[in-house]
Ligand binder design. Structure first.
Ligand code: ZN
Length: 161
């Protein structure tokens, strides 16, 4: 069966950046199962998987716009340490949930600390990074009615939540 909307797709994948460094991989853990056509994986990869079948291997390059988005300088701000009321120790790399100006929640990461000046970065860690996927399709099957109504994949033993 070919991959199309509402198929449950299982893939093995390795994700590298342009320097060849492995960013993420299913190797050594379970393959990734997802419900195709629901936007549960990044669009640039989902689009390329359409029409593929079990056993197919593909190498997909995903530009940031189809991946984790462009890097926006405007999402970097320097704020006063006092804004982190109630946090004892601040360190580069710490992540916080913050409310964006449009009311949505976003994750911001501390990018730098200089005295009382704390630089926060609201970009996704992979924003602006071209992604190179090496993907093997392990299995393609029909989704169950229950999976379709939930909008996600259930494990081999059925419901886990
Ligand atoms: Zn469910």
């Amino acid at each position: 069966m070919q991959i199309s909307d509402k198929a449950v797709v299982t893939i093995d994948y390795t994700l590298t950046n342009d320097a060849g460094e492995v960013i993420d991989s299913s190797s050594g853990s379970e393959p990734l199962a997802y419900l195709h056509g629901t936007g549960s994986i990044i669009p640039g990869l989902e689009n390329q998987l359409a029409g593929k079948s079990a056993g197919d291997n593909l190498k997909v390059r995903v530009e940031p716009a189809e991946g984790y988005g462009e890097y926006h300088e405007s999402m970097i701000q320097t704020i006063d340490r006092a804004m982190f009321e109630g946090v004892d120790e601040l360190a580069v790399g710490m992540e916080f949930h913050a409310q964006a100006q449009d009311g949505s929640m976003q994750v911001v990461r501390i990018a730098a600390i200089d005295g009382d000046n704390v630089t926060i970065d609201g970009n996704h860690p992979l924003a602006g990074v071209p992604l190179n996927f090496d993907v093997t399709v392990v299995e393609v099957r029909e989704a169950s009615d229950e999976e379709l109504s939930h909008g996600h994949v259930h494990g081999p033993d059925g419901h886990h939540h």
